[in-house]
Design a protein around this ligand. Structure first.
Ligand SMILES: CC(C)(COP(=O)(O)OP(=O)(O)OC[C@H]1O[C@@H](n2cnc3c(N)ncnc32)[C@H](O)[C@@H]1OP(=O)(O)O)[C@@H](O)C(=O)NCCC(=O)NCCS
Length: 192
C-alpha cells in the first residue's frame, strides 16, 4: 500500500489517497447525518464509533491479505488536511483470488452530493479496479431505493443489471437487500 500522503488517483474535482486514522475526525462531522446514511446499511455512528471504524479500515487496507482497500476522497485544494475529506471509497476482492472478481463502493458527504462527483468517482473506481487490481469482474451494489445510484450505474455507466440480492445483511434497520450491477473487463475496455 502506498504511503499515507500518496495520491492514488487525480479525478475531476477530487483526489483519492489512502485513508488515514486522522480522517476519523472529519468523517465524524457527517456520519451522524441521516442524509449520509439514508442509502447505507449501517450507521449512524458517533465520533468514538467512527474512530474505531476508520481504524479497522486503515488496518484492513494495510493488510495485503484482507482483500480490501479503503481510500479517502478529498478536496484537491488541500488534500493533506484532514478537513478536506469529502467521502470514502473502497475496492474489495470477492471469492477466490484466481476468480479476479471484486466490488467498488463509495460514499460522499451530504455537502458533496449532487454535483457530479459521485458519477465521476464511481467510473474512476471501476477503472482502478480493472487497471490497478487486474480484476475480471467488478460489481457495484446499492440500496433498493437509491435511485441516483441506479441511474448512474444503469444509464451513465451501462452496467449489466443482475437483480436484487435479497436480505443479504442483517442490519440495525432490519434485513437489507441490494441491487446488483456488474461489468466485465472486456466491456470496460470497449467503453473506455
Ligand atoms: C449515491 C452518491 C454516491 C451519488 O453521488 P452524487 O455526487 O450525489 O451524484 P451525481 O451528482 O454524480 O449524479 C447524480 C445523478 O443521479 C440523478 N439523480 C439524483 N436523484 C435522483 C433520483 N431520485 N432518481 C433518479 N436520478 C436521480 C441526478 O440527476 C444525476 O444524474 P444526471 O447527471 O444524469 O442529471 C452520493 O449521493 C452518496 O454518497 N450518497 C450517500 C451514500 C450512498 O448512498 N452510497 C452508496 C452509493 S452506491
Amino acid at each position: 500500500m502506498a504511503g499515507d500522503g500518496t495520491v492514488i488517483l487525480k479525478g475531476a474535482g477530487y483526489l483519492l489517497r489512502p485513508l488515514r486514522h486522522e480522517d476519523a475526525s472529519s468523517l465524524s462531522q457527517f456520519t451522524n447525518d441521516e442524509n449520509y446514511w439514508r442509502y447505507l446499511s449501517d450507521g449512524p455512528r458517533g465520533p468514538a464509533q467512527t474512530k474505531d471504524f476508520v481504524a479497522g479500515l486503515v488496518a484492513a487496507s494495510r493488510d495485503l491479505n484482507s482483500g480490501e482497500v479503503w481510500l479517502a476522497v478529498v478536496d484537491p485544494k488541500s488534500h493533506y488536511a484532514s478537513l478536506s475529506l469529502v467521502g470514502t471509497a473502497n475496492i474489495k476482492s470477492i471469492g477466490n483470488p484466481e476468480d479476479r472478481s471484486g466490488s467498488v463502493g463509495c460514499t460522499l458527504s451530504p455537502d458533496a452530493q449532487g454535483r457530479g462527483l459521485g458519477a465521476s468517482l464511481g467510473w474512476d473506481l471501476i477503472g482502478l479496479a480493472f487497471k490497478a487490481f487486474n480484476l475480471h469482474r467488478v460489481e457495484c451494489t446499492c440500496a433498493l431505493d437509491n435511485e441516483a445510484s441506479v441511474h448512474i450505474m444503469r444509464d451513465k455507466y451501462g452496467l449489466t443489471y443482475e437483480g436484487i440480492r435479497r436480505d443479504h445483511r442483517l442490519t440495525p434497520r432490519g434485513w437489507w437487500s441490494s441491487h446488483v450491477f456488474s461489468i466485465l473487463e472486456d466491456e470496460y475496455g470497449q467503453r473506455e
